[in-house]
Design a protein around this ligand. Structure first.
Ligand code: PEP
Ligand code: MN
Length: 363
């Protein structure tokens, strides 16, 4: 249930309600809005203490939270959450762009990519040091050496680092280097990992499992929120369907659907969502058009030589073109997207888009 405090309720009154909620064996999540404060009381057998809370000083009303996901629900917090890490702002009118290679392969590759994506307007660097690969014989990532390389790229460019943590036991190590922890699609329902990541105190990008429903995604986010971490970014990255023309099927209706149910920011990953580099620019722009709060895009100096996911990865020029297109759409839908750096290559024509139709070239 939600304990809605009166406008101007004192800090002592709020603290008293938090204490009462905890005395009932429930978890209290105070949410301080600009208008008023609410305290979400979460746990089993929530409603039996409702009347006692209603008469506490400073309380305006107590209302049940109808959604099964409590802290993630828009019922608890109508104001949109903005997750901020240095130049990366994701949520409300801010569009964050997380770009970089699928995997960290070398210092040279990662630094070159970090410089290029920053110049084109990205606000965070992505790159996997621990890779969840379908086959145990595929490149598994550089592990801690990869984390060190990402930290060096942050040092030089100032871009915050977003990187995947694969196992609960790895959270302290990865969180020691990363600015944002990525929970991959295969791990969306790894509840121990979600709890550990939530407790690490770093923002979390939670990718939708390829077979997960919206409710399952929001309940997975709830694990992170319930660990006391309010900085969760949801990521639509495509789901598995009968369709084979793309690697996954990228349902962009996820974005406006979630916007009506949660205050958490929602980003889209058109790289994994389509699995084809030539489909990425337009799907990125479409994601911005439907109101996405950010993008996650794979970029590599030479995609054809990438050790993983090269077929869905943009080169530097293609990424700059994609940013230019997204910037136009962002402006039209009222989103703030950082401009390219003055050193960015000039985008004169959208050559990326002339490749549409040559799908087999990158298969
Ligand atoms: C990735 O971002 O490189 C990745 C492995 O993504 P996903 O978990 O969505 O497959
Ligand atoms: Mn990848």
């Amino acid at each position: 249930m939600i304990v809605v405090m009166k406008r101007g309720a004192s800090p002592e009154q709020i603290q008293h309600v938090i204490q009462r909620v905890e005395e009932f064996g429930l978890k209290a999540h105070p949410i301080y809005g600009t208008e008023r404060t609410v305290v979400a009381a979460v746990g089993e057998k929530r409603d039996e203490h409702r009347h006692s809370l209603e008469i506490a000083p400073g309380v305006a009303e107590v209302v049940p939270i109808l959604a099964p996901y409590k802290v993630a629900s828009i019922e608890v917090k109508p104001e949109r959450t903005v997750v901020r890490v240095g130049p990366l702002w994701v949520g409300n009118c801010h569009l964050g762009v997380i770009a970089g290679p699928c995997a960290v392969e070398s210092e040279e590759q990662t630094l070159a990519t970090a410089r290029a994506v920053k110049a084109a307007g990205a606000t965070a660097l992505r790159g996997g040091a621990y890779k969840p690969r379908t086959s145990p014989y595929s490149f598994q990532g550089l592990k801690e050496e990869g984390l060190r390389i990402l930290a060096a790229a942050r040092e030089e460019t100032g871009l915050p680092v977003v990187t995947e943590v694969l196992a609960a036991a790895d959270v302290p190590l990865v969180a020691g280097y990363a600015d944002v922890l990525q929970i991959g699609a295969r791990n969306m329902q790894n509840y121990r990992l979600l709890e550990e990541a939530g407790a690490a105190g770093k923002p979390v990008v939670l990718k939708r499992g390829p077979a997960a429903t919206m409710e399952e995604l929001l309940l997975a986010a709830e694990y992170v929120l319930n660990a006391g971490n309010q900085n969760v970014i949801l990521c639509e990255r495509g789901i598995r369907t009968f369709e084979t023309h793309t690697r996954y099927t990228l349902p962009l209706a996820t974005v406006p659907y979630l916007r009506e149910r949660t205050h958490l920011p929602i980003i889209v990953d058109p790289s994994h969502g389509t699995g084809h580099a030539n489909l990425v620019p337009r799907m990125a722009a479409a994601a911005v058009a439907v109101g996405a709060d950010g993008l996650m895009i794979e970029v590599h100096p030479t995609p054809e030589k990438a050790l993983s996911d090269g077929y869905q990865t943009l080169d530097f020029a293609e990424f700059a073109e994609t940013m230019a297109l997204c910037r136009k759409v962002a402006e039209a839908v009222g989103k703030i997207m950082p401009p390219p750096h003055p050193t960015a290559p000039l985008v004169t024509s959208m050559k990326t888009f002339s490749k549409v139709g040559s799908l087999s070239a990158k298969e």
